[in-house]
Design a protein around this ligand. Structure first.
Ligand code: SF4
Length: 61
């Protein structure tokens, strides 16, 4: 996978942020991790937790 969206951490398809591993948008420690919903469900756990926490914050008023 490439950094086709223009990630500043991607160099030659390697992630300079995550130990020069092949760029895999949304992988753990990626800047996108927990921010977007991905087709790979294993990448969605942080976002799911955040939404669950947000839903329990004041929505029951
Ligand atoms: S894995 Fe994430 S942080 Fe790393 S280069 Fe790819 S998009 Fe950027």
């Amino acid at each position: 996978m490439s950094g086709s969206w223009g990630c500043p951490h991607e160099r030659n398809n390697l992630c300079t942020k995550v130990r020069n591993l092949p760029c895999d948008p949304g992988m753990k420690a990626c800047v996108l991790y927990g921010r977007f919903v991905f087709a790979d469900e294993s990448k969605n756990e942080p976002l799911r937790r955040k939404r669950a926490a947000d839903a329990s914050d004041g929505s029951g008023e």
